[in-house]
Write a protein that binds this ligand. Structure first.
Ligand SMILES: Nc1ncnc2c1ncn2[C@@H]1O[C@H](COP(=O)(O)OP(=O)(O)OP(=O)(O)O)[C@@H](O)[C@H]1O
Length: 126
Protein backbone atom coordinates (compact mmCIF):
# COMPACT_ATOMS: atom_id res chain seq x y z
CA UNK A 1 0.00 0.00 0.00
CA UNK A 2 1.09 3.57 -0.65
CA UNK A 3 2.85 5.25 2.25
CA UNK A 4 1.22 8.69 2.69
CA UNK A 5 4.27 10.18 4.37
CA UNK A 6 7.09 8.71 2.31
CA UNK A 7 5.25 8.59 -1.02
CA UNK A 8 6.45 5.03 -1.58
CA UNK A 9 4.58 1.82 -2.41
CA UNK A 10 1.66 0.95 -4.65
CA UNK A 11 -1.32 3.28 -5.14
CA UNK A 12 -4.88 2.19 -4.33
CA UNK A 13 -6.71 0.26 -1.68
CA UNK A 14 -6.39 -3.55 -1.80
CA UNK A 15 -8.50 -5.16 0.96
CA UNK A 16 -7.82 -8.72 -0.28
CA UNK A 17 -4.07 -8.13 -0.17
CA UNK A 18 -4.43 -6.67 3.33
CA UNK A 19 -6.30 -9.80 4.39
CA UNK A 20 -3.53 -12.02 2.93
CA UNK A 21 -0.92 -10.00 4.83
CA UNK A 22 -2.90 -10.41 8.08
CA UNK A 23 -3.18 -14.19 7.53
CA UNK A 24 0.54 -14.39 6.81
CA UNK A 25 1.34 -12.48 10.02
CA UNK A 26 -1.00 -14.71 12.02
CA UNK A 27 0.65 -17.83 10.57
CA UNK A 28 4.11 -16.58 11.61
CA UNK A 29 2.81 -15.70 15.09
CA UNK A 30 0.99 -18.97 15.70
CA UNK A 31 4.04 -21.16 15.04
CA UNK A 32 5.54 -19.56 18.16
CA UNK A 33 4.75 -22.04 20.96
CA UNK A 34 4.62 -19.35 23.68
CA UNK A 35 1.76 -17.71 21.72
CA UNK A 36 -0.12 -20.78 20.47
CA UNK A 37 -0.44 -22.61 23.80
CA UNK A 38 -1.88 -19.47 25.45
CA UNK A 39 -4.43 -19.15 22.64
CA UNK A 40 -5.42 -22.82 23.11
CA UNK A 41 -5.88 -22.26 26.88
CA UNK A 42 -8.10 -19.25 26.20
CA UNK A 43 -10.21 -21.14 23.65
CA UNK A 44 -10.67 -23.95 26.21
CA UNK A 45 -12.35 -21.42 28.53
CA UNK A 46 -14.11 -19.26 25.90
CA UNK A 47 -15.97 -22.15 24.21
CA UNK A 48 -17.70 -23.45 27.40
CA UNK A 49 -18.46 -19.89 28.53
CA UNK A 50 -20.25 -19.31 25.20
CA UNK A 51 -22.20 -22.58 25.61
CA UNK A 52 -23.23 -21.44 29.09
CA UNK A 53 -24.44 -18.14 27.55
CA UNK A 54 -22.16 -16.16 29.83
CA UNK A 55 -21.78 -13.34 27.31
CA UNK A 56 -20.11 -10.81 29.62
CA UNK A 57 -17.62 -13.42 30.88
CA UNK A 58 -16.89 -14.56 27.30
CA UNK A 59 -16.30 -10.94 26.24
CA UNK A 60 -13.91 -10.31 29.14
CA UNK A 61 -11.87 -13.45 28.35
CA UNK A 62 -11.79 -12.58 24.62
CA UNK A 63 -10.62 -9.03 25.42
CA UNK A 64 -7.91 -10.28 27.78
CA UNK A 65 -6.79 -12.86 25.18
CA UNK A 66 -6.63 -10.26 22.39
CA UNK A 67 -4.66 -7.92 24.67
CA UNK A 68 -2.19 -10.69 25.60
CA UNK A 69 -1.79 -11.91 21.98
CA UNK A 70 -1.27 -8.37 20.68
CA UNK A 71 1.40 -7.74 23.32
CA UNK A 72 3.10 -11.08 22.49
CA UNK A 73 3.12 -10.26 18.77
CA UNK A 74 4.53 -6.76 19.25
CA UNK A 75 7.18 -8.23 21.56
CA UNK A 76 8.14 -10.70 18.81
CA UNK A 77 8.37 -7.79 16.35
CA UNK A 78 10.58 -5.73 18.69
CA UNK A 79 12.86 -8.75 19.34
CA UNK A 80 13.11 -9.57 15.63
CA UNK A 81 13.85 -5.94 14.67
CA UNK A 82 16.48 -5.65 17.39
CA UNK A 83 18.17 -8.91 16.33
CA UNK A 84 18.03 -7.83 12.66
CA UNK A 85 19.67 -4.50 13.42
CA UNK A 86 22.10 -5.59 16.12
CA UNK A 87 22.76 -9.28 16.72
CA UNK A 88 25.83 -8.61 18.92
CA UNK A 89 25.53 -7.81 22.61
CA UNK A 90 24.44 -4.20 23.13
CA UNK A 91 23.11 -2.85 26.47
CA UNK A 92 20.75 -0.47 24.59
CA UNK A 93 19.22 -3.40 22.70
CA UNK A 94 18.93 -5.20 26.04
CA UNK A 95 17.01 -2.26 27.54
CA UNK A 96 14.66 -2.02 24.52
CA UNK A 97 13.94 -5.76 24.69
CA UNK A 98 13.44 -5.61 28.48
CA UNK A 99 10.80 -2.85 28.15
CA UNK A 100 8.99 -4.82 25.43
CA UNK A 101 9.15 -7.95 27.62
CA UNK A 102 7.82 -5.99 30.63
CA UNK A 103 4.83 -4.74 28.59
CA UNK A 104 4.12 -8.31 27.51
CA UNK A 105 4.53 -9.52 31.09
CA UNK A 106 1.87 -7.08 32.33
CA UNK A 107 -0.55 -8.22 29.61
CA UNK A 108 0.13 -11.90 30.41
CA UNK A 109 -0.36 -11.27 34.14
CA UNK A 110 -3.76 -9.63 33.52
CA UNK A 111 -4.74 -12.49 31.17
CA UNK A 112 -3.80 -15.13 33.79
CA UNK A 113 -5.75 -13.34 36.56
CA UNK A 114 -8.84 -13.00 34.33
CA UNK A 115 -8.63 -16.62 33.15
CA UNK A 116 -8.29 -17.99 36.72
CA UNK A 117 -11.18 -15.83 38.01
CA UNK A 118 -13.40 -16.79 35.06
CA UNK A 119 -12.62 -20.53 35.38
CA UNK A 120 -13.56 -20.31 39.09
CA UNK A 121 -16.76 -18.32 38.36
CA UNK A 122 -17.88 -20.53 35.48
CA UNK A 123 -16.98 -24.05 36.59
CA UNK A 124 -16.58 -24.12 40.38
CA UNK A 125 -18.89 -21.44 41.75
CA UNK A 126 -21.81 -22.21 39.40
N1 LIG B 1 21.65 -8.17 21.64
C1 LIG B 1 21.43 -8.10 22.95
N2 LIG B 1 22.13 -7.27 23.73
C2 LIG B 1 21.89 -7.19 25.06
N3 LIG B 1 20.99 -7.91 25.72
C3 LIG B 1 20.24 -8.76 25.01
C4 LIG B 1 20.41 -8.92 23.60
N4 LIG B 1 19.54 -9.85 23.16
C5 LIG B 1 18.85 -10.23 24.24
N5 LIG B 1 19.25 -9.60 25.35
C6 LIG B 1 18.69 -9.76 26.71
O1 LIG B 1 18.06 -11.03 26.80
C7 LIG B 1 16.66 -10.88 27.08
C8 LIG B 1 15.88 -11.91 26.29
O2 LIG B 1 15.97 -11.59 24.92
P1 LIG B 1 15.65 -12.63 23.76
O3 LIG B 1 15.68 -11.94 22.46
O4 LIG B 1 16.53 -13.82 23.95
O5 LIG B 1 14.16 -12.98 24.12
P2 LIG B 1 13.56 -14.41 24.39
O6 LIG B 1 14.08 -14.92 25.69
O7 LIG B 1 13.76 -15.22 23.16
O8 LIG B 1 12.03 -14.00 24.58
P3 LIG B 1 10.73 -14.72 24.01
O9 LIG B 1 10.61 -15.98 24.82
O10 LIG B 1 9.63 -13.71 24.27
O11 LIG B 1 10.98 -14.92 22.54
C9 LIG B 1 16.32 -9.44 26.71
O12 LIG B 1 15.21 -8.95 27.44
C10 LIG B 1 17.62 -8.72 27.03
O13 LIG B 1 17.70 -8.40 28.43
Amino acid sequence: MRNKFLGTGEKGYHPLRKFKVILSGLRFSMIDFSVSYKLVLSVLVIVPSLFLHQWVDSSIIILATVMMLTAEMFNTVVEAMCDYMQSDYDPKIGMIKDVAAAATGIAIFAWIVILVVEVYELFYKA
